[in-house]
Design a protein around this ligand. Structure first.
Ligand code: HPA
Ligand SMILES: [Zn+2]
Length: 349
């Protein structure tokens, strides 16, 4: 295993920005900037319950997950045509490439669109075309993860899977998002079992606001390979041992946790504690347009707020992101080599 050379703390921000990384927790609808929401509303003749961009921005004062989701779904209502989905994903991938993201696994919430009469095909074709073009034009690799909305029924999730069947070649896996409290993972046991049979990779949000029991059932009932957020795991010592032993990645989102008041201050974030316990934590942006920053902003702000985080932690987080990605083994190895080269070049400079 590579041990990164010592790098002075003041040089960490440049290293965090420059290091190649994978982003494994980004909701593409959460990348819609307020200006883009208003431009799309105008382009598509959709009325918004906000007078202007400033009024929308002022509404971004969240008290918890649900207060955010209400605004997030309102923002997504401006997306109607394949080109809208293309433009949204292409803009995110351009930003991610600037943050030295080599690979992104992008969540999308089809039920938020199909409920408004937009077809699954419109959504997936637009997103997929953006992934293809971004690869050719920017060199960034990406894949799509379809998320089921957990506040809806399992029957609705099955209907959504049925609509996605002709498009599965463009989808690497499925996830579970939206309101966590009151909607435990086991509500979706049958649909996740079916997705597994279909060869889809499995992830789920668990332990963002919900209890450690939800992380246990995501692992043991849904049989997911990664946990999205998972920061509540620290309240269960046996769960911490399980996550460490099985190298289950946690896709942690520091600025999201701050804005949704999972932690009162970024300085109290438990990222360092997760790493020190041997968990395969990663850093991600969740909904960057709503939470105040893309992936590099998440890295730089959490490292600034938690002085115990070191260059070794930076390398570990980026290493974990590639190791936990669903990209082919040879590709993951090539990214890990680039990561090592980046650290060696920074140590020499
Ligand atoms: O952070 C989140 N949690 C749950 N659902 C979501 N949908 C978008 N972002 C989130
Ligand atoms: Zn999320």
């Amino acid at each position: 295993m590579f041990t990164p050379p010592p790098i002075a703390r003041e040089r960490l921000p440049a290293l965090l920005a420059a290091m190649p990384k994978a982003e494994l927790h980004i909701h593409i609808e959460g990348s819609l900037e307020p200006e883009v929401i208003f431009a799309l509303a105008q382009r598509n003749g959709v009325a918004l319950p906000y007078a202007d961009v400033e009024a929308l921005r002022r509404a971004y004062a969240f008290s918890d997950l649900q207060s955010f989701l209400d605004i997030y779904y309102a923002g997504a209502s401006v997306l109607l045509h394949e080109q809208d989905f293309y433009d949204m994903a292409r803009a995110y991938l351009a930003q991610a490439a600037m943050d030295n993201v080599a690979h992104a696994e992008v969540f999308f919430d089809p039920q938020t669109h199909t409920a408004r009469g937009v077809s699954m095909e419109t959504v997936v074709r637009g997103l997929h075309r953006a992934c293809v073009d971004a690869r050719a034009e920017l060199g960034i690799s990406s894949s799509l993860i379809l998320c089921f909305l957990r506040h809806l029924s399992e029957e609705d999730a099955f209907a959504t899977l049925e609509q996605a069947m002709p498009l599965l070649e463009h989808i690497v896996g499925v996830g579970l998002d939206s309101s966590e409290l009151g909607h435990p993972p086991e509500k979706f046991a049958r649909v996740f079992a079916r997705c597994r049979q279909l060869g889809l990779r499995l992830v789920a949000h668990a332990g963002e606001e919900g209890p450690p029991a939800f992380i246990w059932s995501a692992l043991d009932v849904l049989r997911v390979e990664r946990i999205d957020h998972g920061v509540q795991a620290v309240h269960d010592a046996a769960l911490m041992r399980r996550l460490a032993q099985d190298r289950i990645a946690l896709t942690v989102c520091p600025l999201s946790n701050l804005k949704l008041r999972v932690f009162p201050e970024l300085s109290q974030h438990n990222l360092k504690r997760l790493l020190d316990a041997g968990l395969a934590a990663t850093v991600n942006s969740d909904d960057p347009a709503y939470f105040g920053g893309y992936i590099n902003e998440n890295f730089t702000q959490v490292f600034a707020a938690v002085p115990q985080l070191t260059a070794h932690d930076a390398w570990q987080l980026a290493h974990n992101s590639f190791a936990a990605s669903f990209a082919p083994e040879g590709q993951r190895r090539a990214w890990q080599d680039r990561l090592v080269e980046c650290f060696e070049a920074h140590a020499r400079a």
